[in-house]
Design a protein around this ligand. Sequence first.
Ligand code: HC0
Ligand code: SF4
Length: 567
Amino acid sequence: MVTITLNGRAVEVAEGSTLLEAATVAGVNIPTLCYLKDLNCIGSCRVCLVDVEGAGLVAACNTAAAEGMVARTDTPQVAAARRANLQAIMDDHRALCATCVRQDTCALRDLASRFNLQDAGEALPAPKPWDADFPLQRDSSKCIKCMRCVAICDKVQHCGVWDFTGTGPSMKVIVRDNLPIADAGCALCGQCITHCPTAALTARDDVSRIMDAILDPTVETVVQVAPAVRAAWGEGVGLSREAATPGRLAAALHAVGFDKVFDTDFAADLTIMEEGSEFVEFLGSDKPRPMFTSCCPGWVRFVKLHYPQFTAQLSSAKSPHQMLGAVVKNTLAAEASEAGKRLFVVSIMPCVAKKYECDVPQLATEADADVDAVLTVREFNRLLRMVGVNCANLTETPFDNPLGLSTGAATIFGRTGGVMEAALRSAAFLITGENPDFSVCDTTDATPETPWISRELTVGDATVRIAVASGLENTAKLLDALESGEAAFDFVEIMACPGGCVGGGGQPIAFNCELASDRAGVLNRLDAGDTLRYSHENPDIAQLYADWIGEPLSHTAHEWLHTDQEM
Ligand code: HC0
Ligand code: SF4
């Protein structure tokens, strides 16, 4: 341990701590822009300056706290130096705050107001054009060169999409090798968006398309919400975790004007029926191990772009929201058409890659594209604010039926390990005829910090080796271990975003605050409190099979719910 004096008070911290970490221990706030814990401690924004006796002004994020050091954060000189550095950043930032999608969550705007800055670079030139169709959008005139996107994409997500050229004032963040973004190996996880302090990186905005559909009298709008949305949607509209219930979420979706409000959780149960049955067949086959889950489109893009040798091992099951879209388009179109309408399916997702997934042509069925448009949770929050929905006053309502009832197994899809846990609950039943104990399938120890977790389970006569990973750097480590033979599994769940969809790139943004595990707790509590906790016990799923699909892996199931991953 070392002891320093910070603002006149003794603070004891672990050896190797930075001044910024020491300040956190002492409860002293130091503003930051470029700092990203353990990933980007480069002191480039110079907003975290502190005054160290004998050394002068230094960046707190990359200066070690040394024994006997005396430092101050609370002098007018420190404030003036931070303010001057902020002004320089602001002068080079095209500040269009009035219409900016990040106006409530911009770390630069927050500090500009806190440091009483008067002028900004509104008059700067517009940026170079960007691929307007790509789900990840960039406005280089808002980039403050903090390098957080470079760090997160390279060190956490293994994609290395971002790079920089030049030095000093002419330094610029660019797409690696100046490639078009569509060719740069981007998995579309959206982590660079949620870790950008400004609106330099955003998701493509599809709110206007959805408004047009809602207002069109010839369109019947059908909306569905992903498992992880229920854990986070309230953050963007000021609702506490307790108030942001699934019932209030369903009411909010009706309030913005959607005609039918269904739940992706229903289709998560359907996915388990299909993928669980596929896995039981796979176990009895001599196909190469392991089988991988395929419901996360960031992961599917990543494997196809970076580890194509594993593509053939993806489950053929479509992701739940694509399955729900296919079921809606195949079972409800006739009724809508009799009423003179066409169906328009919208998915509210914690994810940016789903915007790409819904446009993949081979996922369409004969009836139509499964899903017509995807909104992130942030866009949904904007829609709620635009329509003026007072979410706190909404009376809770159930999701519409028959595609609205779900089990706790489906709810936990939204956190890392949840798909595996839900699949094991039902695969064990399919093999033994009995429901397994929940503790046998428990994956709650899967975290973004562990490269992967693994188990060896006995199911009937079979031994099943499973692994779960989230975050694409962790995923790359696992794939490398599988390739070298250092690890061997039968079934592997991958989620591209650290912590799974709860930490998704389409979730509400909280600067320098990782909320995935807190949100996972919401899903775990919903699962524990559910009367139905096994996908195969969802009565409406049984009805869907009886009325339309026959049985898992039937011809219709293949037509509607599966795809050829190698296409
Ligand atoms: Fe997920 Fe999904 S669990 S990918 O994280 O499988 O986005 O929440 O909707 O489709 O259900 C995201 C979340 C989903 C899908 C589900 C899967
Ligand atoms: Fe990298 Fe993900 Fe951003 Fe793509 S979306 S550039 S993979 S962090």
